[in-house]
Design a protein around this ligand. Structure first.
Ligand SMILES: [Zn+2]
Length: 309
């Protein structure tokens, strides 16, 4: 497909971050300092891959350097809406201090969910902590229309969270292929059948039961096979698209933050560069692997239904 038709008219990019120190400062206790990535740069990027960017809908996701201060993201939502561009946000909030009235106010500003980020600090994930955080967050947002919980967790964790997620009163958005890896990042015993990796069956089952929406995003986080533009993820993407065609949505993950492997050094005075990503090639892969019909569902129909746009 040509660049301009990769995101069809009325398409959704459901995973975008804005980093703009001019609009507001990063948190003092952040894990890293990113390069600048202002909203206008995102619009320029989206315009390059879209049939008509002004018909698109964007979902801004609160990035970790701002911690629980969503004011930059909210300013950006307001700027987009002032230009008649549809936009929503996924927030990170301190649930100890945020009131129900504040949550309602955030809904009116376009926020539609909470992100629980257990990976940005590079530490191990505790499933007990995750289960508790999930249950608590779900309880706070259960009465807010269309709100979801967005999770970026390692693939294996879906097994331990399966029962909890079935009981939750809200749906989950699984970031970055639900954490499923291509064979380039799998141990040798799992490389021949990537769909047999821990967590995959649970994730598929949760998707088929409409408990989880899976984001086709961040392929470069789930594969190290840059030469083939992450073609080792083909069996994962194919299976997700075939088994849960109504539960997949697309996100560019622009501006493609780094993998954070140096973040534990805590050098906040050095701006961490973004990855250089071949978005055209990734989108063409997704189109080829999924087929036109499932691809269009992912780009337009599914997110439209999920965000009630
Ligand atoms: Zn991201």
């Amino acid at each position: 497909m040509s660049s301009q038709s990769l995101v069809p008219r009325d398409g959704f990019d459901t995973h975008v971050h804005v980093f703009d120190p001019k609009l507001g400062p990063y948190a003092a206790d952040r894990a890293y300092t990113p390069e600048d990535a202002p909203l206008e740069n995102f619009i320029a990027f989206n315009d390059l891959v879209s049939e008509n960017y002004s018909s698109n809908t964007f979902v801004l996701v609160q990035p970790s350097p701002y911690k629980c201060d969503c004011s930059v993201m909210i300013q950006c939502l307001q700027r987009l809406r002032a230009q008649n561009i549809r936009a929503f946000g996924i927030a990170v909030l301190d649930l100890d201090s945020v009131s129900d009235a504040k949550l309602k106010e955030m809904h009116d500003l376009g926020i539609r969910g909470l992100r629980l980020n257990f990976q940005a600090d590079g530490k191990e994930v505790s499933t007990d902590r995750l289960r508790a955080a999930l249950t608590r967050a779900a309880d706070r947002i259960r009465d807010l229309p269309d709100w979801m919980i967005q999770l970026f967790i390692p693939g294996w964790a879906w097994d331990s969270l399966y029962e909890t997620i079935l009981q939750l009163p809200v749906r989950i958005i699984a970031d970055h292929l639900g954490g499923m890896r291509g064979h380039s990042l799998l141990p040798s015993d799992l490389q021949s059948i990537p769909t047999s990796q821990p967590g995959f069956v649970s994730l598929m089952s949760l998707a088929r039961q409409s408990r989880v929406v899976i984001k086709m995003s961040g392929l470069y986080r789930m594969s190290s096979d840059t030469c083939s533009t992450y073609s080792d993820l083909k069996p994962i993407v194919e299976t997700l698209a075939q088994e849960a065609p109504k539960q997949v949505i697309w996100g560019s993950d622009w501006p493609h933050t780094g993998d954070g492997h140096n973040r534990l050094e805590g050098r906040l005075d050095v701006k961490e560069p973004f990855r250089v990503i071949k978005n055209d090639a990734i989108l063409n892969h997704l189109h080829d692997w999924m087929g036109s019909d499932a691809y269009k569902k992912m780009m337009v129909d599914n997110p439209k239904r999920i965000y009630h746009q």
